[in-house]
Design a protein around this ligand. Sequence first.
Ligand code: PMP
Length: 408
Amino acid sequence: HPPFDVNAVRRDFPILAERVNGKPLVWFDNAATTQKPQAVIDRLAYFYAHENSNIHRAAHELAARATDAYEAARQKVARFIGAGSVEEIIFVRGATEAINLVAKSWGAKHIGAGDEIIVSNLEHHANIVPWQQLAAEKGAKIRVIPVDDSGQVLLEEYKRLLNEKTKLVAVTQVSNALGTVVPVQEIVDLANRAGARTLVDGAQSVSHMRVNVRALDTDFFVFSGHKIFGPTGIGVVYGKRDVLEDMPPWQGGGNMIQDVTFERTIFHPPPARFEAGTGNIADAVGLGAALDYVDRVGIENIARYEHDLLVYATHAIRDIPGVRLIGTAADKASVLSFVLKGYSTDEVGRALNQEGIAVRTGHHCAQPILRRFGVETTVRPSLAFYNTCEEVDRFATVIRRLAGQRKV
Ligand code: PMP
């Protein structure tokens, strides 16, 4: 890869030239969704201009083009995350649907009364609620790995939770609320040794670090396209081939069948078995273009640049009087989460928006981890490789000004 040039990559993202409230946009809401490079926008337009058709069903030229583009995207996903084969890649709507698929299919078959599902205190609601619903249906139990005061999971506590009743360990690789990088390799290794299945939520990790699902040896890995510079409405379930082959469909309909009579249906093998109906063909193709783009920039370049930027941002706000930073683990990615004394998080968000700076304020769909730190909401700037130190300075200036104006 050529050396990383932030000004060059910024030019690839047309929206970064927007002005908001008369100021150049600062997009610090990357954990919610990322912006799209021109290559992705162009790929979507090309698909609709030259390739658009339903896939698999019709024997004509455009159906062949659409099918080829869709399957090429599956291949790109498999390569990007180090899967063993394209049969291990299922397209879904996003990480939320991905986890629901695993819960409704694998979970329905393999979770029973008295079984235990381990999650961490850091999980996004998407990796809590489906397991809670499953547990309520089956009479199973949710166990929670606690975190220390830095927001890192306590591995010793995790080891104590693992036992012969543990059927699944479902953990996030990076916390969307605090930015903690969770030691998922250790967590998966221990689960594998205990005979439990594992699901790693990669929604916040794939865009920031190299992921290899085979090295990780996890049974399931999920992520959303829109958080890695691809379109909304497309996401991925990776599942080990033998695990997927043993799973029943979770939705029925067209595309997923080999043969249907009124008496019975024979289902396709994975991944088609799990892709009932017309999928999000164009956006899958767009996701493929996004992964190609990330490959061109180089995920190692991205990880290195973002690490330095996060350190810079942490130093810029850490010592401002009244700032309480939540999530101070040694290993973090992308996210800063904080509250400012004397201000609601909404007030901070509005002051930043006045200056053209977009951050998320709220509970970030991760209420349990915020409550672990005694807060209901935080201000959450989240960085990507197209952000700069100058943008961090503009952000810190607003926070410093608010801190200085605080009435006591
Ligand atoms: N898990 C994590 C860690 C997330 O950050 C998110 C999105 N905020 C999700 C799951 C759900 O992703 P989506 O809303 O794209 O389905």
